[in-house]
Design a protein around this ligand. Structure first.
Ligand code: SF4
Length: 498
């Protein structure tokens, strides 16, 4: 649906943002084309106090000039941050008014927004709330659908024993190799087609300096490295000898008895070689993410992958024969031209391989992807179809004996769905649990890597982003290493250093 004008009686960016998020939930765009309303105008009035109240008024001006005004008042929860509560109430009021006026169904996740919805659940569980109380709060305060609330709370409960295996000295390492053999149609990651030898040599020189600085910090602060995750891009797109050098450096710098997981993303079978398998085995890599996304040959071609489903099967079998203990497979639901039968067929082919972990992703149509720029929306399943396909994939994962254990969301996801990691017992990815929980420091090395430095009390975290643009990473590495060091010093302080 289109509306000609959307006005808000505030220039507070966050207020405008949360109200626009409500429009996005129902794909309501501001445009002159076939506008159903001339204007929707929103006014908010906050009454400070304990608890705080927010009254929201929405005026709907029809294309025929008719006007309807409706309003709603809500009260903040005691004990929550008043600023966040004000924004939640503004959003909640408008969500309820819009739904009533346009007779809209509940959105699957209600007004809950953000990549890591499990964080709020963990906070409530930390405060002593029971499973049922948390589900009820998600329903009442954010309008989260019953099935989503149950999925979120159950997967969060699953994670708690794993999160508790980390203390203020336990960290993970993320190594970003931002290269791929070719660029997928839907990709919005900072991934570059593998450069020539000279540029690659420059990248590795800088990468090893970056790694040495993190190793020094690990020693200085007495950290224990729990997980190493090599992602990208596709790290296995590196030439064999460079890949081996990268893995050995990570192993030499961070491997110890404390290491739980050493994971490598090997997303593309066209990048895997026997020599890389040998390097992984030699360096005790114990988890590989082999990501088919789909087992449909025509879709693989459509999304710009240069391999066939049989290549994925071959890579999987090679990884198993090499003795890699845990293999994860990623699937994307909602790829162009696919329907429920394609998803069922993909899941059946994946079930035949019996991976330890399957991550189901709902396609995210992000800015910066060629898919967003080049695709007519008619090639994509509508929201209802995407949800049916996702349910079918989840059912297939459960039939494989896999349990959902972590979940995250992205903007613009097909069917307003989520990404869900499902595994067999004992095959949980500790790194994925820690990165979603944001309760453990993650030190990022390499292209587009992010460092998240969590305070010892877990009360706050500071973030340092390495640049997405590869040439900026290479030219300005000293600045970014210095920034990461400064944040480490601010958070852990001199008294924490050995
Ligand atoms: S393999 Fe992943 S990172 Fe590489 S181009 Fe495809 S989607 Fe992007």
């Amino acid at each position: 649906m289109n509306i000609r004008k959307f006005t808000v009686d505030s220039d507070e960016q966050v207020v405008v943002k949360v109200l626009r998020e409500v429009l996005d939930l129902y794909r309501i765009a501001v445009s002159d084309e076939d506008a159903a309303f001339d204007e929707i105008a929103v006014r908010n009035e906050t009454t400070e106090g304990n608890p705080l109240h927010v009254r929201t008024e929405a005026v709907f001006v029809g294309a025929d000039g008719s006007t309807r005004t409706c309003s709603m008042e809500s009260v903040a929860r005691v004990g929550e941050n008043p600023r966040s509560e004000r924004h939640r109430l503004i959003k909640w009021n408008f969500y309820e008014l819009l739904r009533a006026e346009l007779d809209l169904p509940e959105a699957p996740w209600g007004i809950l927004y953000g990549v890591r919805p499990s964080k709020i659940v963990h906070r409530w569980l930390d405060g002593g709330a029971s499973r049922e109380e948390v589900v009820a709060r998600l329903r009442a305060e954010f309008g989260v659908g019953e099935d989503k609330a149950a999925l979120l709370v159950d997967s969060s409960l699953y994670q708690r024993p794993f999160l508790q295996q980390s203390d203020s000295k336990t960290v993970s390492i993320y190594a970003g190799i931002p290269f791929c053999p070719s660029r997928c149609l839907y990709c919005s990651f900072p991934a570059f087609v593998l450069p020539g030898e000279k540029m690659l040599r420059r990248f590795t020189e800088v990468f090893f300096r970056d790694l040495a600085a993190v190793r020094q910090a690990v020693e200085q602060y007495g950290f224990r490295v729990q997980n190493i995750y090599v992602g990208g891009g596709t790290p296995t797109s590196l030439p064999d000898e460079v890949f081996d050098e990268v893995l050995r450096s990570l192993y030499d710098a961070f491997f110890s008895d404390a290491l739980v997981e050493f994971c490598v993303e090997a997303g593309r079978p066209d990048s895997m070689t026997p020599a890389k398998l040998e390097s992984m085995v030699r360096c005790h890599v114990n988890r590989v993410s082999a990501n088919p996304q789909t087992m449909q040959a025509r879709t693989l071609r459509r999304i710009g992958r240069r391999h066939e489903p049989e290549d994925i099967v071959r890579m999987y079998k090679d990884l198993r024969s090499a003795g890699i203990p845990c293999i994860n497979m990623d699937v994307i639901i909602g790829l162009p031209g696919e329907d429920a039968r394609d998803v069922e067929d993909t899941m059946k082919k994946i079930a035949d391989l019996a991976p330890d972990d399957v991550t189901l992703h709902a396609l995210a149509l992000k800015k910066g992807s060629r898919l967003k720029e080049n695709l007519s929306e008619t090639e994509l399943p509508d929201d209802a179809t995407a949800r049916e396909m996702f349910t079918a994939a989840m059912d297939a994962a459960k039939r494989m004996g896999l349990t959902p254990y972590y979940l995250y969301r992205q903007g613009y996801q097909s069917g307003q769905l989520e990404n869900v990691g499902c595994c067999r017992p004992g095959a949980e990815s500790m790194y994925n649990i820690q990165i979603m929980g944001e309760r453990q420091t993650i030190l990022g090395i390499g292209g587009a890597a992010t460092s998240k430095i969590v305070s010892p009390t877990q009360k706050y975290l500071k973030t340092s982003f390495h640049p997405k643009e590869i040439t900026v990473y290479l030219d300005k590495i000293d600045y970014y290493m210095e920034k990461r060091n400064r944040l480490l010093h601010e958070v852990y302080g001199e008294q924490e250093a050995f």
